[in-house]
Ligand binder design. Structure first.
Ligand code: FCB
Length: 782
């Protein structure tokens, strides 16, 4: 089989960062970083500080050519300034020597988000001084490692550090000030410029910066990037692109800020922090631009939408979810956008060498006796490498590709649950295990590229030939028929296992004559970042595919699409339908139920007997939340209800009412739409109606986040003056300060129950709806 080769000298590598893997947070005189303060997780991470030799050996065995690691600033300057800490530098000395000895080229990143806490205490990135401290730090590290490290990166993803750290507050240091976020962004750029100068002065051979590059598209452009846009959508796309990509690209590579950005900065933060000469400093010539790519940003114009805190200036823009496959993070998988991003960078910044400094994916891994078969990660990386190759063949100067990440690690605010590694880490024992993706990557490196065509999947015929039986016998085994003799069954099962055969539609339908297809019908969520939908798409797809079903994703967004879906199902092109979430009026669920094809639903429909469904106990969860507030001595509890045409919202209100009635109290209600700003407005109304209000129960976390904001603005301390409880347990709930007490909706369990419910229905078994318990998660807010 021929190889889809990459250019001679193309660098194959992996990336990590200090805080995410090192652990040993007080060894060798290391100081405190903002992440030690911010994170609730144990900080041992992968204990790489002590196990670096083993990890270097792993890289050597895999044939890794380059390793991008980051230096922990608080190891070098524990107090942020003064004299560098020799013991800290010694560690990187040892690491670099071990790498060179193993034939792995070290690439050092200086800032991967672990600011010394002392510098945050002095004002952090919103203060200009921090950029100067960074230059001192760069000089100290380069003075020690510069004789052996050729390639240096200054800052990693300054957008994330500035806007998640100081804007939305979901990253350390957890501040939520749009003005600080813009100031931080500018000073991170300044740090890049000053740091580049310091590295050059120390004789560094190659210097670059690393940016998170996310192509910005409308939902319609995801499958069709050339699709023309309305004026409003074009403006929304351009504005978000300026905030996320060009805010950093343009100063670094052109010495200017994008024109549409400056008015946003000015009205949010003023322009006092931009000084004459800064842009020249920032635009130091660089040798390499590091591109971190994971997923595109999908947006559209939506006049009423408030700004997202991570994107100050994004008023009137809706961040959308798209019905593509997603990783376990819920990030849409769109490899074509990587080609798009690279093509664009080459066109706009000709002459800049590029390197993919991060690309990879979080998927749920299963450790089995014979390995970790992370097929999804393999295909993610493979598809993205193909996208890189497309760009390379067009002449884009991409010099290398580094997988994020070598090891499963501590994924910032998300903790240890995220699995990005090629190598599995058991955090109880620190044992490392190679996943299939690591072995696959090793082969790619050996070969210098991908296989031109993917190896053919084994077919029913191959299994029959291997087992020495007929195709019909194989298909009878696959379909679990009893008529096969046990010895024959065993031989067939062994062949299936050895060949890693996945029964496909054709094999199953040999006996069942079914289509083996299942429609997964999504209605477009009105809010971006819908974790439940993402989980359902992921788990339902993997469970049903594992059972040999093919999934057809169908989008139910217009009356016309409803008609087409019903037709498709009526024509028996699918065996079953998973519908989520039900449209508000339930007409689609009802029409589908009349086709006679098994249908299951996420969320209780208006007529509960219509179709079997999976839901959580919304009423029970709301009652538990309310009882928690009552038990904590709160007596004047207001509830922000969501839109009451949604059944879940009706149930949450009913649960709250019941609990209040049992306690002999009158409910105090404020209706709201499902947005954060609407939650804030409702809270202001509640506080206006009852100034002695001491608690708010919000029907969703988004509303509760709005309540926290309104409480802060009204000068109420949470939880002392006002307790706040939400519902859903979205990611942001654990990341805000104080953490939000909320009711957890078990997304994965719902998804699994939904898939199982459909499978039982397809097998013709009697099925009943499933209602899962919703559990109260107590954090600081109540
Ligand atoms: C990037 C970060 C990296 C890791 C991946 C998943 O934004 O640079 O540390 O968190 O995302």
């Amino acid at each position: 089989m021929s190889t889809a080769a990459f250019p001679e000298g193309f660098v194959w590598g992996v990336s990590t960062s200090a805080y995410q893997i090192e652990g040993a947070t007080s060894a060798g005189g290391r100081g405190r970083s903002i992440w030690d303060t911010f994170s609730a997780d144990r900080a041992e991470a992968c204990d790489h500080y002590h196990r670096y030799r083993d990890d270097v050996r792993l890289m050597k065995d895999l044939g890794i050519a380059a390793y991008r690691f980051s230096v922990s600033w608080p190891r070098i300057f524990p107090g942020g300034s003064g004299e560098p800490n020799e013991a800290g530098l010694d560690f990187y000395d040892r690491l670099v020597d071990a790498l060179l000895e193993a034939g792995v080229t070290p690439y050092a990143t200086l800032y991967h988000w672990d600011l010394p806490q002392a510098l945050e205490d002095a004002g952090g990135w919103p203060e200009r001084e921090t950029a100067h401290r960074f230059a001192d730090y760069a000089a100290a590290v380069a003075a020690r490692l510069g004789d052996r490290v050729d390639t240096w990166f200054t800052v990693n993803e300054p957008w994330v550090a500035a806007f998640l750290g100081y804007g939305s507050g979901i990253h350390a240091p957890g501040r939520t000030s749009p003005a600080d976020a813009f100031r931080a962004a500018h000073h991170l750029l300044l740090a890049h410029g000053l740091g580049t100068q310091a590295l050059r002065a120390a004789g560094a051979a190659k210097v670059g910066g690393v940016l998170n590059i996310s192509p910005v598209l409308t939902p319609g452009q995801v499958g069709d990037p050339g699709r023309p846009l309305s004026e409003e959508d074009a403006e929304a796309v351009g504005r978000i692109d300026a905030l996320v990509n060009r805010q950093f690209l343009d100063p670094m590579l052109r010495g200017s800020y994008p024109a549409e950005l400056l008015p946003i900065v000015e009205r949010t933060a003023g322009l006092g922090h931009l000084r004459d000469g800064d842009l020249e400093l920032i635009a130091q010539p660089i040798d390499l631009l590091g591109v971190n790519y994971y997923t595109p940003l999908v947006v559209q114009a939506q006049p009423s939408e408030p700004a997202d805190p991570a994107y100050p200036g994004s008023e009137g823009v809706l961040f959308c979810t798209v019905p593509t496959a997603v990783t376990a993070m819920g990030w849409p998988i769109v490899p074509g956008c990587l080609s798009l991003a690279l093509r664009r960078l080459a066109a706009e910044f000709p002459g800049t060498d590029l390197m993919i400094t991060e690309n990879g994916a979080d998927f749920v891994d299963v450790v089995t006796g014979d390995g970790i078969h992370d097929v999804e990660r393999v295909s993610f990386i493979e598809e993205h490498l193909r996208a890189v190759r497309v760009a390379v063949q067009e002449g884009v100067p991409v010099r290398g590709y580094l997988v994020w990440s070598l090891l499963d690690n501590l994924e910032w605010a998300d903790g240890y649950q995220r699995k990005f590694g090629l190598v599995h880490v058991d955090f109880a024992t620190q044992r490392r295990r190679l996943k299939d993706s690591a072995l696959w990557y090793r082969d790619v490196i050996r070969r210098g590229g991908l296989l031109e065509s993917r190896p053919k999947r084994p077919t029913l015929e191959t299994v029959a030939a291997r087992a020495g039986v007929s195709r019909a016998t194989v298909s009878r085994v696959v379909n679990g028929e009893a008529s096969v003799r046990p010895e024959v069954r065993e031989t067939v099962l062994l062949a299936i296992k050895e060949l890693a055969y996945v029964p496909n539609a054709a094999a199953r339908s040999l006996v069942t004559r079914s289509t083996n297809s299942v429609a997964l019908v999504l209605s477009v969520p009105r809010q971006g970042g819908d974790q439940l939908t993402a989980a359902v798409v992921q788990y339902v797809t993997s469970v049903l595919e594992g059972a040999g079903k093919q999934i057809t994703l169908m989008l139910a967004d217009t009356a016309e699409s409803h008609r087409r879906i019903v037709q498709h199902v009526e024509a028996r092109l699918v065996d079953g339908v998973v519908l989520l979430p039900p449209d508000r009026g339930d007409t689609l669920a009802e029409r589908l139920s009349r086709t006679g094809v098994p249908v299951v639903l996420l969320g209780k429909p208006a007529i509960a007997s219509l179709v079997p469904y999976v839901d959580v106990d919304n009423a029970g969860g709301a009652a538990a939340a309310t009882e928690h507030l009552l038990a904590g001595g709160r007596s004047r509890i207001g509830m922000i209800t969501g839109p009451l045409d949604l059944i879940a919202m009706q149930d949450r209100l009913a649960g709250h009412r019941d609990a209040m009635r049992r306690a002999g109290r009158q409910p105090l209600l404020a209706p709201a739409e499902l947005t954060r700003s609407s939650g804030a407005a409702a809270t202001r109304r509640l506080l206006g109606d009852d100034p002695a209000l001491d608690a708010v129960f919000a029907a969703t976390d988004q509303l509760a986040l709005g309540a926290l904001q309104a409480a802060r603005e009204a000068g109420r301390r949470v939880p002392e003056d006002l307790a706040v409880v939400g519902f859903d347990d979205v990611d942001a709930a654990s990341a805000v300060v104080p953490g939000l007490t909320t009711v957890r909706v078990p997304a994965a369990e719902q998804a699994l129950a939904l898939a199982r419910l459909l499978l039982s229905r397809l097998e013709g078994r009697h099925t009943e709806s499933v209602v899962l318990p919703a559990r109260l998660v107590v954090r600081g807010s109540a």
